[in-house]
Write a protein that binds this ligand. Sequence first.
Ligand SMILES: Cc1cc2nc3c(=O)[nH]c(=O)nc-3n(C[C@H](O)[C@H](O)[C@H](O)COP(=O)(O)O)c2cc1C
Length: 432
Amino acid sequence: MTADISSPLALPCGATLKNRLAKGAMTEGLGDARNRATDAHVRLYRRWAEGGAGMLLTGNVQVDRRYMERPGNVAIDGEQSNEAIAALREFAKAGTANGAHLWMQISHAGRQTPALVNKEPVAPSAKPLDMPGAQFGTPRAMTGGEIEDVIRRFAHAASVARDTGFTGVQIHGAHGYLISEFLSPDVNVRTDEWGGSLENRARLLLEVVRAVRAAVGSDFPVSVKLNSADFQRGGFSHEDAIRVATWLNAEGLDLLEVSGGTYEQPRLVGMDDMTLHPEKSEVRRESTIAREAYFLEYAKDIRAAVTMPLMVTGGFRTVEGMNAALASGTMDVVGIARPLCVDPGIPGKLLSGAAKETPAYEKTLRLGPGFLGPHSPVNLIKALNGWGQQGWFCLQLLRMGAGKDPDPKMGVFSAFRNYAKNEAKTAAALER
Ligand SMILES: Cc1cc2nc3c(=O)[nH]c(=O)nc-3n(C[C@H](O)[C@H](O)[C@H](O)COP(=O)(O)O)c2cc1C
């Protein structure tokens, strides 16, 4: 029988998703000064759970408070206080309403830790991001002992997720954060067992997967988000991604989510080069540029090599496109992220037929003054636009966390300013 967006999906661990629509992970920035979950998470996730998706992925929850991707992240770092556990339980309860699965995405930001959080981040090697501005410090290369510690931290966070009522975990292995940095020969120039060959570069990811599986048991969904490629010359290639996917398949993963890109090459949101050296950017396959789901071509190659369920996230906007992708057999779960910042109830509308596509917010973002389009030459304006757009979506989540409706008319430049202010304020309030 051909699957469509309303078909349930049985996962290898025995859990079942009630339909094929999943909310992609989106950083919320709603943690408190000690990076605990808050009532704002409860409000936001209840709304999303009621929105009808079969599965919700949380924004990345950090395994080390020193190396977070935002000052407002939730972090599970060491022994959790009773208050922190109680807050996670409330979060999990809200996000699993209406039969939704709620999977915690666990992550370590590596060199993409903003200077607001830590001026000296860690990474596989001491290679800084190649981006304009001074938002990120030069990282320090991790010691072997620190790498072992990171593996234990992922396992600990996963067991806390299970104990507090989350119904699955996803290990963030994509987008240029720590695990993805280890995978990249451009960022990871180590000469020990954690660098060099692809086997060595993938060791951290595979060790984390094994430690997490051991921590949560065989009947609990474990997922990985992996780049189909980094799109940076000399970086983690599509061929590397296919090989790593086959190794993950052998680990008995429940769901592999296919994405792509990094802060330098933000293809995850359909944008290209943000570096100071655009000649290092790899051109996308032509066929994927025009397509609705821009990683689908890449997922096809992964599908040919693995049997585990696949989720593809990035650009899905129409029921027709989603159903065609599912019917093709290339993938099993449709990831949708940005549209859920504008209409948290959109999955239910797509499932019932009340809507045929997601709301068109793109116009607001493209009409902002000075917007140069996704293929303009790299410069500061482009970086401002990129961060402004990211800020636009993040501010919508803050609104919903505060119990308000999204504001699709928000300007992209005021979003840039207000987002920057919010981040600075949150960082200043952190109890270190
Ligand atoms: C505001 C925002 C925050 C995001 N945060 C995360 C995150 O925490 N973890 C992650 O894996 N991806 C994150 N992403 C990427 C999304 O999960 C998704 O891959 C991307 O937005 C493409 O899907 P879409 O076209 O449906 O939006 C984020 C995207 C946006 C717009």
